[in-house]
Design a binder for this molecule. Sequence first.
Ligand code: SF4
Length: 275
Amino acid sequence: MASDDLDREVWSEARELVASAAALVRELVEEGVGGFERLADAVPPAQNTQRTPSAPVPPTPRPRATPPFAARPTRPVEPNPLAVRASGGLAPTLESVRAELGDCRRCGLCEGRQQIVFGDGNPRAEILFVGEGPGEQEDRTGLPFVGRAGELLTQMIEKGMGIRRADVYICNIVKCRPPGNRNPLPPEVSACRPFLDGQITAVAPKVIVTLGKPAASLLLDREIPITRLRGTWHEYRGIPLMPTLHPAFVLRQYTPENRRAVWQDLKAALERARA
Ligand code: SF4
């Protein structure tokens, strides 16, 4: 075989390998697989020596240091039938969504909660924040983001953005506290999802700001590497969406870089909402 033909064949095989690897990774992620062994560790050394020196090497999936969002993003749901039904076919209001939620026992999180933490803020807010789930103090008070992370969020909103916390709307993916502040599980996220969608539909904000990886991953329906994708614009059902760091993360890593990053994201969100 001529050298050019050989090169073409090698490249063609390499492309197929890369495409197969990418498809496999997508499937594994969809199946909830949290990490991958390095290919070099998985393949016996003897096989590694069989490579043709000039052949392109398909990329090795990067191992994850931590498992992905335990509550794997679910597919976007259709327009929220619960809230629409509750409001007699009209666009949902926060009251109708809350009424439909009732004394919810749709998932196991109801067992350990003290109270449902529905959401808080201006029902006509221009900016809607979405976090992950209530913590201990939220569970006790029934209000979202009132612990230390909540205090930081309030500071970010009031001192950073220059607006009152009461002018925005704040809610979470799940409305009941996961035990031990663990990540909500996929069935819990799915059970609560229509109510989050109902809240977003009811408030109809100009901008959504997701706090942390789980909220961004859920609304964008894919794993979001938050430190890389924060600060970039996305869209959820036609609404501009800005992913930013979770205040709890900023508290844990209280560096000037992280604070500056969140400030930039919130400033961009405010400008977009006011444009
Ligand atoms: S987390 Fe949501 S779906 Fe689950 S019990 Fe609480 S309100 Fe209901």
